[in-house]
Write a protein that binds this ligand. Sequence first.
Ligand code: GLN
Ligand code: ZN
Length: 744
Amino acid sequence: MTTTIIGFPRVGAHRELKFATEKFFRGEITADELRATGAELRADQWKLIKDAGIDQIPSGDFSFYDQTLDAAALFGLAPKRYRDLGLDSLETYFAQARGYQGNKGDVKALPMKKWFNTNYHYIEPEIEPSETIALTGTAPFDQYLEAKEIGIDTRPVIVGPFTLFQLAKKEDGVDEEAVLDQLAAAYGEFLERATEVGASWVQLDEPSLVVDLTDDDLARFTRLYEALLAHKGGLKVLVQTYFGDVRDSYTTLTSLPIDGIGLDFVEGRRSLELLREYGFPEDKVLYAGLVNGKNIWRNDFACTQELLSSIRGVTENVVLTTSCSLLHVPYTVAAETDLDPAYVAHLAFAVEKLGELVALSEGATDNGLGNRADVTNKAVQNRVAGIADSDYTRSPARDERDAIQRREFNLPPLPTTTIGSFPQTSDVKANRKAYKRGDITAEEYTEFNRKKIAECVAWQDKTGLDVIVHGEYERNDMVEYFGQHLDGFLFTRNGWVQSYGTRCVKPPLVWGDVSRPEAITVDWSSYAQSLTDKPVKGMLTGPVTILNWSFPREDITIKESILQIALAIRDEVLDLEKAGIRIIQVDEAALREKLPLRRSDWFSEYLDFAIPAFRLVHSGVAAETQIHTHMCYSQFTDILPAIDALDADVITFEASRSDLEILDALVECNFRTNIGPGVYDIHSPRVPSTTEIVAQIKRIAEKIDIAKLWVNPDCGLKTRGEKETRKSLENLVAAAQTAREELI
Ligand code: GLN
Ligand code: ZN
């Protein structure tokens, strides 16, 4: 049976692309050098996939920042404010991704959004009125030819027109009909040009087909494809879907003159049912996604072969593929030399998944794996079983607590704070590395971090922030750090997965039942509190985020795992409180991550246990203890009642990059939690001016009761540089002061 993949991790085995791109950002290498690194990585990757025995190899899954931005760029979709900077095409591209501040101008980055139900983030394209959409780029064709040069005939891949349209922000005044026509024509040109360079297949990724679609959405899809397919000639077109099933569009897809349909049989719960119910056209190829592109566990061959034979009961025209791009898993298990082979045996990363596809295509039915050792902890399971309904509710109720806390803390109106981390400068990283390597003692390691904490606290005190943080210098990552201090997790050495742009994360693996052997953060937080009279905010990661940013086990439910973690974090909250920490932030940055893509599944399959799990974490604290939480990327407008039901006292979130659209939604649903909408974007090195922040606060205060408002950046500062951070926070404090004077 023929094999293929949807896409491969593009950062390289050792994150070469990340490092090269960051060097380019710092001006240490030229654009040509960056391009050369890209070309080398692509060539290595094509060869690797070919050598693994995969039959059809994609190209164009490479990107310098994001594939959605690539598609926008390919069709000339760069908003005018970026084009007006007069930069070259690569710099214009990066200006949209990261913002630009330099001698040519000062422009914020485009919003960044979560890519469906993954921890990858894409840049939201923006369509302006009377924009001309046309094929202006050449990257997919250049890359096709590049591969051809080394003897590999690839299938160019780009984000499809429907997904591009659905994900793009349409500015007021945009004529959607005209945009659809232009898009169809532009993608038509893409097909023609792909044919000219010699491609025999192209792949259009349409993950937007797996969410709930309205009749209008479907009509748009049909309109786009009918028009663009008129340009296809002899070229074969694969429409690739992933992250779910296409229940709304299956019959539309099968009736269009496309040549291949890619369906996800892992997350697409109804995919098989759809095939059986409606059949599969004889003139099309089914790309069956059977190897999980998101998990890191070895494939259960017996189970997969059974599914495959059910599929072949409907059609024999099957190509074996992954459920989604392998972008979402680390590169190779081969780099995991520190892990016990008993664990490694159960793992498959991107490279190993290629091998699984080949083995499955050859009919393998047994992956040779026995049971997983040491997964059970009876005490933990009993504790979860013993959770009472009342454990999910904090008392007294919100309003009463709010009054008590206002007296307790006596903060000024518009209190200022940060989200937790301060810049992880090279000295911080060097200290951690030296400790890991055994070059310094635990005491030396701790001493250094305490010095950093002392500096950080003193600086915040002097700068005038109202609620202080310790800076999180001891943390490499907000999830990995907690995983390392909890039993039940495994860690990789090199298991990096791209999160956005050059940012990669290294998710821990949940291997067994989770418990907390001892207090984790109490020493750091109490030390920080000992240095100031202002309240120091304790800083924890919440159970949902810890699970969502780990690779979960699959032998127990997600709910069960989240509750186990919730109990561990609950113990930490109570220990912090006992140590005199009066404000505790429990980050749920990734709360939305595993929210089902279809609304009908939201509660029963997720929110009904995720929200109570958070409440379980904080329900044991006194009324005087203030619980904060934090969420990223503001795409939670539609689940605001659930967020309110977390029953936190204060929530901070990203708002600056999404132009505050969330505020109306907050008003509309009568949101009760106190809020700190981020007043500036920390995902870019740009320093916001005081005037700019004042304006932002005023805009927010127009909608939200000022008594409920906090002033803070929109996320943690760890990836930022020291200088820009200090300047930005000084401006933030000054802006809050001005706003107090002018608004109160
Ligand atoms: N407290 C974390 C930090 O500041 C939150 C990070 C996040 O939301 N991603 O780094
Ligand atoms: Zn955040």
